[in-house]
Write a protein that binds this ligand. Structure first.
Ligand SMILES: Cc1cc2nc3c(=O)[nH]c(=O)nc-3n(C[C@H](O)[C@H](O)[C@H](O)COP(=O)(O)OP(=O)(O)OC[C@H]3O[C@@H](n4cnc5c(N)ncnc54)[C@H](O)[C@@H]3O)c2cc1C
Length: 394
């Protein structure tokens, strides 16, 4: 008889919720602890591009009906790959085919994307009663026959059979489990995420676009945006863009990157004021309140380190392999973790002591490849450099 204590999951992000869905469908009890007060607590706006590997992992977990709903919620954008433009002159510089990792197998030559918020809501369906909000996980304690999550207010969770740390780049579970071996480096590069009514994107047309400005003396600025067909004439629909700058170019006041709204919007506007008129509406017409900074971080480029396996605790998603935005594979790798760990738990009928070691062995291989690929691309594209011995960690 397997252990029927619940599986405890820290964080209700993409990886955690897909794992929760997998456990629900396998009839394995679980509890999710999320720091935020609700799904809409902070900006969720940015869109994720999904690769064939990411889509395969999601489809392997979801039941056919939920998969159909998920697939219908995905945008399908034509013009496979990126069209790159000089942001200042407006000239097209290149058309990159999407890397093989981002060619989505059912997209009939289209780029598949979905907003992070929609993805979380679909993954969470049916799991809501097992999600506890406003639960800030700060660590864990092993009990004789299980594990408990520890919360910021000093209280403990119920006893679980296994704790899965899926609470993103600042994961305390990852730090405790690995004895500090799991590190997230601050590349020094910063970004701003913004939104504007879809009509502001009309000048670009349908496709995935990368606009790059190399004219600044302090470093390059670029944005990536995905313009879907269908909604381009509806000003009530917003599209997003993600801006990045080489280290030092984008700076929040007092280095406070939690600031959202007008301050971030004004910096984006100022950085793009000499951009070509075709691209200006993306910034002139911004929904200022939605603008948010983000830090470009990356896990250890040489790969996911080894730590002594603990059968009762493991880590998934950005908590174990955070990546730069280059390559667009962070979420795609995270959902593979959920599918793999969920399958191992299903096959064992719930917790079993060998599962975390089996999961970590496979995960280390594909996640190390993904971090390496994202990092190497970012070195070329964003001019970042990590020295694993001396670079700052977050
Ligand atoms: C602007 C941007 C664009 C991106 N574009 C792409 C893309 O196109 N394709 C792609 O594959 N990837 C992309 N990524 C990466 C992708 O978003 C991440 O890899 C993915 O969200 C990781 O999922 P996760 O579940 O591990 O973590 P998250 O989705 O970050 O979720 C972590 C959750 O844990 C919660 N939490 C945090 N701390 C605690 C705590 N102490 N206790 C409890 N809960 C906690 C958080 O509130 C959050 O809900 C992008 C990232 C950014 C920032």
């Amino acid at each position: 008889m397997s252990d029927r204590k619940p599986i405890l999951i820290a964080g209700a992000g993409l990886a955690s919720l897909l794992l929760a869905q997998s456990l629900r469908l396998s009839n394995i009890p679980f509890k999710v602890f999320e720091r935020d007060a609700s799904f809409v607590f902070r900006a969720q706006g940015y869109r994720l591009r999904l690769s064939s590997e990411g889509l395969d992992a999601i489809q392997a977990v979801l039941d056919p009906e939920t998969w159909k709903r998920f697939w219908e919620a995905c945008g399908k954008t034509g013009g496979l790959g990126f069209a790159s433009f000089n942001a200042v002159t407006g000239e097209q510089t290149e058309h990159h085919l999407a890397p093989p990792t981002l060619v989505s197998r059912q997209g009939e030559g289209k780029t598949i994307g979905i907003s992070r918020g929609d993805m979380r809501r679909i993954f969470a369906q049916g799991c809501e009663d097992n999600i506890e909000w406003a639960r800030h996980v700060t660590g864990y304690e092993l009990t004789g026959d299980g594990v408990r999550a520890i919360f910021a207010d000093g209280t403990r969770s119920v006893e679980g059979s296994l704790l899965v740390g899926g609470e993103g780049i600042y994961s305390k579970v990852a730090k405790q489990l690995s004895g500090g071996k799991l590190k997230v480096y601050d590349t020094g590069a910063r970004g701003i995420h913004g939104q504007a009514p879809s009509t502001a994107f009309k000048g670009l047309g349908e496709g995935v676009f990368r606009l790059r400005d190399d004219t600044r003396p302090d470093g390059a600025v670029f944005i990536i945006t995905n313009v879907r067909p269908g909604d381009m004439d509806d000003p009530d629909v917003s599209f997003g863009w993600t801006m990045g700058g080489q280290p030092g170019v984008i700076r929040a006041p007092n280095d406070d990157y939690s600031i959202v709204g007008k301050t971030a919007a004004n910096i984006a506007k100022s950085l793009t004021k000499n951009w070509h008129p075709r691209f200006r509406p993306l910034f002139d017409e911004m929904n200022e309140s939605e603008a948010a900074f983000w830090k470009i971080t990356c896990s250890t480029p040489s790969g996911v380190p080894e730590w002594p396996n603990e059968p009762r605790v493991t880590v998934i998603g950005d908590a174990v392999h955070s990546m730069t935005p280059a390559g667009g594979i962070g979420a795609n790798t995270s959902v593979r973790d959920s599918a793999l760990l969920g399958r191992l738990l299903r096959e064992a009928g719930g917790y079993s002591p060998e599962i975390t070691a089996l999961y970590e062995k496979d995960m280390r291989v594909y996640a190390s490849e993904a971090v390496h690929e994202s990092y190497s691309t970012a070195v070329k594209q964003f001019g970042i450099l990590i020295d694993e011995k001396t670079s700052l960690t977050i």
